[in-house]
Unconditional design. Structure first.
Length: 319
């Protein structure tokens, strides 16, 4: 179980309070650690949460508490989400509304929607985003797909799955360009939309950009598989054979996708080799944590230690 007691690392309070905000009075401006920094959150539910002794609520509570610390220190959250009623899109929207550090016109949460998902945003949802100060970034489809941008293409059949894949990749590339760091937690290993499991595609982009990347391993999922690959292991979830065996639709889609000209092929061997060769040292050089601290982030189930390590790494990276 995630440890949520009052015991914290020795300098946790000093680090998060005394050094974070130099407060004068309510009408004066405040100085924040992460002003003008955009931090992407990559998260989805892991299939093996219960095996690890957790529930969906534990994972939600952890990421929401971490994002609360980011928001009150002036960071802008970036998330690429969908419109599920209980999804992170709306959870992040509500927490940003509660903890925006000061009242101004700045948006502290930007949600990226890929085509055609954004066509399904309802008027009430759009009004809620406006009320909560959420900036909605609608990422249009790649021009080369030559699509009707007002038509919803359901993710059924290889042609439409290809559209979804290319649109999700474009959105993830845009987020990588826009952000200053990215945090990973959990993530589905199979039964996804896109070329790869979403968090796998995002971590490949993040590591290739050499931006600060933080891998929280407590909740398993594809994030734990990525951590194992960084340790030079060969997790089966990062193999084409395993992925083909999980889903006959995706098995067929891999062949369809790789038959296309002018696309970057789906290649699990290349992806695994890249992560294997990236090294813990390079991850540490880029994210402000020591190798031992990153190892702790890979393993710890203690809420306050997770927050402490991520905040410490970001502070060092940005300074």
């Amino acid at each position: 179980m995630i440890n949520n007691d009052t015991k914290k690392p020795e300098d946790f309070e000093e680090f998060l309070v005394n050094e974070v905000i130099e407060e004068q009075d309510e009408m004066k401006s405040k100085k924040f650690l992460f002003t003008n920094k955009k931090i992407s959150i990559s998260i989805s539910e892991s299939e093996n949460l219960e095996e690890l002794g957790f529930s969906k609520i534990h994972q939600q509570d952890t990421i929401l508490e971490l994002t609360r610390y980011l928001i009150i220190n002036g960071a802008t959250l970036l998330y690429g989400g969908d419109l599920r009623a209980e999804g992170y899109t709306f959870l992040f929207s509500e927490i940003v509304k509660q903890y925006t550090p000061h009242k101004d016109n700045k948006r502290y949460y930007e949600n990226y929607f890929s085509f055609p998902i954004y066509l399904n945003i309802q008027e009430k949802q759009n009004l809620d985003f406006i009320k909560n100060g959420v900036k909605v970034n609608k990422v249009t489809p790649p021009d080369e797909l030559n699509l009707n941008k007002n038509e919803f293409y359901p993710p059924i059949g290889n042609d439409n799955l290809f559209i979804w894949s290319e649109c999700l990749t474009k959105m993830r590339n845009q987020m990588t360009t826009d952000n200053h760091a990215r945090i990973f937690m959990g993530g589905r290993k199979s039964n996804f939309k896109g070329k790869y499991p979403g968090l796998l595609e995002e971590v490949l982009l993040s590591l290739k950009s050499d931006k600060p990347t933080y891998l929280i391993g407590a909740f398993g999922g594809i994030t734990k598989s990525i951590i194992d690959a960084l340790r030079n292991e060969k997790p089966e979830e990062l193999s084409e054979e395993w992925q083909r065996n999980q889903n006959s639709v995706y098995d067929n889609f891999i062949d369809f996708y790789n038959s296309k000209d002018d696309v970057l092929k789906i290649d699990y061997n290349e992806s695994l080799n890249f992560i294997n060769s990236y090294s813990l040292k390079k991850l540490s050089d880029n994210n402000g944590l020591s190798e031992d601290e990153n190892k702790r982030l890979f393993e710890t189930i203690h809420l306050h230690e997770i927050i402490y390590l991520v905040i410490k790494g970001l502070k060092k990276s940005f300074n």
